[in-house]
Every structure is written in structure tokens, then in C-alpha cells.
Design a protein around this ligand. Structure first.
Ligand code: SF4
Ligand code: SF4
Length: 385
């Protein structure tokens, strides 16, 4: 099969990890480290590093680049969905020096939650769990405190000077990049970070969105909403299931608190859009989430890439039939989830899923009885009826 390697996001989107001083072009691509000296002598070039420009040139010659192989191509080669599908149909950009349109900023990995498909590289609470209880041992997919999370913790211990120097440079870059349309603030949990308000102050007339799991207490959320009065901010809220499914997937915040906080935000007049991560666990309950929120809020489907054993197709046939019945007729977003179910699961993914759920329920002391018996049996639980 001949691949079309072009992706518009390479020419418009940049993700910046402030704490780790890394640049991702785009969010799914492999990162590069910011050279502060280079940036100091090349102001306004944050989106035009040597690597980014050469990757764009490769794309325009319809050649694979390493950073996108990591982010998308390798999944597509296995017949899996990738984030690239969201950028299909956008007008083609032929200039490798095109100007930045969308910047996503990760301020830190501080987060109070341990979402089921997250990990120590993204959430400080996940990091703590791995430090205290050890790695999750899985076949080829272990979740460890190595690599990124160790790098992240090292960054935290470094003097704050470098981080704040980069933060100041970033604020300047935002000012210089006049064509930026949207600034997206990500985490960890951005609502825990005080630098959030600095960025909102520097955003001038640009659109601002905050991606949140709402893992903050009501008092902090209330005070934040007070401070941003007069700004129109879009909240991109992570959520895809209700009740016990929600509590399990978004471990650290309860469904009731989540629903209450959504009301707090909408009452202040801010737009709420949901980012629903399609997984095998959420596939059982996505229809309930959809029925609750789809009338009033937009719902976008996010595709997992880091945990193959949690992908929606890693289900037994009976579970797939249940999910298909629940999702049938709900509309285009449900159809997206439905289309992910068809692929056959591999035996390794099935076993890893069972082992992951066993280790996770043991260390977090969670009962899995809310999941269907046939599903648990299929992935290796000893269920006696
Ligand atoms: S191909 Fe994937 S990783 Fe590369 S820019 Fe597009 S969406 Fe991002
Ligand atoms: S809220 Fe975000 S960063 Fe925190 S655990 Fe969940 S997915 Fe990870």
C-alpha cells in the first residue's frame, strides 16, 4: 500500500512541554529539546527549528519522517487508527516555514488523577504510585518509572531558573507569533498551575482552551472561575463514561463531583466540549455519557496510542455485541467508536489487559464487578458464578 505521508498538523500545530523544555510538532510526534541559547538568538523561531523544517520538507516530498512515524504512521501500518485522521481534508500547506496557528502548552505534569490510560510520564500522581508500589509488569508493555518519567522528575529537581527562563521566552514567542489562532493549555492538570493565569493574560485576542480532567477541588475551581471573569475560555473536558465506569477510568475524581463541576463552568458562560477517549472499558458505557451530554455539548473522540491493550477492539465477541447494540443509532461520534471495534484483538493484548486490570485493581483496591463476567473471564480472571 502506498502511503500519503502529508499531514496538515505538521504545518500548523506545536505542543510545548514547559517543565521538560520539549517541543512536539505535533502533539503525537516524537519531541525535541529546546535549545535556549539558539532560541534566544533566534526570537520568533520556536516553530521553525531545524528538525521541524526538515520534517516538513520530507512530508512535502511524500516521505516518512521519524517524529510522525512514532506518532501516527506506525499505528496506521498495523491497521490501527491514528490522530492524523482528524487533520485530513484541511487545505494543503506547501511552505515548510508556515506560521504557527495552534499552540498547546503543557505547564507541568502535576495532576491529582490516575486515569486508567494515563501514566507516570503525564501525571505526578501516577509517578507516585509507581515509586511507591513498583512498575506494572506486562508483556512488552510494562508501565515503568523509567525514561520519560525519570526525566520529568529530574527536571522538577533542577533549579527553577531554567524553567522560568524558558517560560518567559515562551510568553515572548506567543507575542511574536501573530498568526496564532488558538492557545490550548494542557497538563497534567492545568487548573493546578498558577502560571495558567500568566498565559491567559498574555493571550491578547487569541482563543484559549483548557484541557482538564477536573481533578481540582470545588474551592480552587470556583476561585479560578472568578479570576477569569470577562475572558471567554473553552474548557475541553476529558470524560467518556458515567458512574462506576467513570470512577474507574478517571481515578481520583468521582462522577458526581465531575458532573457538578461541569455545571459550575457552564453556569459561568464558558463553553464545555468533551474529549472522550475511546477504549475497551469506556466502550461499555460511552452511550450513557453521550446521552447525558451530547444535546448541549460537542463531543470529540480521542484515540489511544500508548496502551495497545486498552484499545476498543481488545474485547471478547460478546462484549463487542453488547457495545454495538448500545452504540447503534447514536450518531457519528458513536459510529467512530463502533468502527474501532472490528479489528481482531491479539493474544498478547488480551493477556496484557487481564494482567493490567489485575495489578491495577489490587494496588488501588478497586472491585471490578461492574465489568461483565464474560469480559473478565475472557481476559483471564477466574470467575465462579
Ligand atoms: S502525522 Fe500524526 S504525529 Fe505527525 S503531525 Fe500529523 S497528527 Fe501529528
Ligand atoms: S487528568 Fe490527564 S494528566 Fe491527569 S491522569 Fe488523567 S489523563 Fe493523565
Amino acid at each position: 500500500m502506498r502511503m500519503d505521508y502529508y499531514c496538515a498538523a505538521k504545518f500548523t500545530d506545536l505542543q510545548v512541554h514547559v517543565q521538560a523544555r520539549s517541543l512536539y510538532n505535533c502533539c503525537r510526534a516524537y519531541p525535541e529539546r529546546v535549545d535556549l541559547d539558539w532560541l534566544e538568538s533566534n526570537p520568533g523561531k520556536l516553530f521553525h527549528t531545524e528538525t521541524m523544517v526538515s520534517d516538513r520538507k520530507l512530508m512535502l516530498e511524500n516521505k516518512s519522517c521519524q517524529s510522525c512515524h512514532h506518532g501516527c504512521y506506525k499505528y496506521e501500518e498495523q491497521g490501527l487508527p491514528s490522530m492524523r485522521r482528524l487533520h485530513k481534508g484541511q487545505p494543503k500547506i506547501n511552505d515548510p516555514y508556515a506560521s504557527l496557528k495552534n499552540i498547546q502548552i503543557i505547564l507541568s505534569t502535576d495532576c491529582n488523577l490516575k486515569c486508567v490510560y494515563c501514566g507516570p510520564e503525564f501525571s505526578s500522581t501516577w509517578q507516585k504510585e509507581i515509586q511507591q508500589k513498583g512498575d506494572y509488569i506486562l508483556d512488552g508493555q510494562s508501565i515503568t518509572g523509567d525514561n520519560w518519567s525519570k526525566l520529568w522528575s529530574k527536571m522538577k529537581q533542577k533549579s527553577r531558573t531554567t524553567e522560568s527562563k524558558f517560560f518567559k521566552m515562551l510568553l515572548k514567542e506567543i507575542k511574536l507569533a501573530e498568526d496564532i489562532k488558538e492557545i490550548s493549555l494542557l497538563g497534567g492538570e492545568p487548573l493546578l498551575n498558577n502560571q495558567l493565569l500568566d498565559i491567559i493574560d498574555h493571550a491578547q485576542n487569541k482563543e484559549i482552551s483548557i484541557t482538564t480532567g477536573l481533578g481540582v477541588n470545588d474551592k480552587r475551581l470556583h476561585s479560578f472561575l472568578d479570576k477569569i471573569k470577562g475572558n471567554k475560555i473553552k474548557f475541553l473536558v476529558s470524560g467518556e463514561a458515567t458512574n462506576k465506569y467513570f470512577d474507574f477510568i478517571r481515578y481520583g475524581v468521582t462522577w458526581l463531583d465531575f458532573a457538578k463541576r461541569i455545571d459550575m463552568i457552564t453556569k459561568e458562560g464558558h463553553e464545555v466540549q468533551f474529549i472522550s477517549t475511546a477504549s475497551n472499558i469506556s466502550a461499555f458505557d460511552f452511550h450513557n455519557f453521550y446521552n447525558k451530554y451530547s444535546d448541549q455539548h460537542q463531543i470529540e473522540i480521542n484515540v489511544l496510542s500508548e496502551r495497545p491493550f486498552l484499545l476498543p477492539h481488545v474485547l471478547d465477541e460478546k462484549s463487542k455485541d453488547v457495545c454495538r447494540k448500545n452504540l447503534d443509532g447514536l450518531g457519528s461520534k458513536a459510529n467512530e467508536v463502533l468502527s474501532f471495534l472490528d479489528k481482531e484483538p491479539s493474544d498478547i493484548d488480551r493477556k496484557n489487559l487481564g494482567n493490567y486490570l489485575k495489578q491495577l485493581s489490587r494496588r488501588r483496591n478497586i472491585s471490578l464487578t461492574f465489568l461483565p463476567n464474560h469480559f473478565l473471564q475472557w481476559c483471564g480472571f477466574d470467575i465462579t458464578n
